[in-house]
Design a protein. Structure first.
Length: 85
């Protein structure tokens, strides 16, 4: 199972959608809520220097981008369902 990390803000609908998609596919993830945490937000920016928006998703330490990038991975089959068929 890949290690998935997601940086979020509590009011972000794309963050909610990304978490729901991961849950629906059966993936566990670690969430970092940067809503009121400048230190975590800076950590996110260091890991994804060109990004200023959330969600920012990392799979096995590699930044994949946000929600639409996650959806593209799923549609391409690069991130199949982890749930048993």
């Amino acid at each position: 199972m890949p290690r998935i990390e997601i940086y979020t803000k509590d009011w972000c609908s794309y963050c909610q959608a990304a978490k729901q998609l991961l849950q629906r596919l059966g993936y566990a993830y670690t969430e970092y809520d940067v809503t009121d945490d400048e230190r975590l937000f800076q950590q996110m920016r260091e890991r994804a220097p060109q990004s200023r928006t959330v969600p920012q998703i990392f799979i096995d330490e590699r930044g994949i981008g946000g929600y639409t990038d996650l959806v593209a991975l799923v549609r391409s089959g690069a991130l199949p369902s982890a749930a048993p068929s």
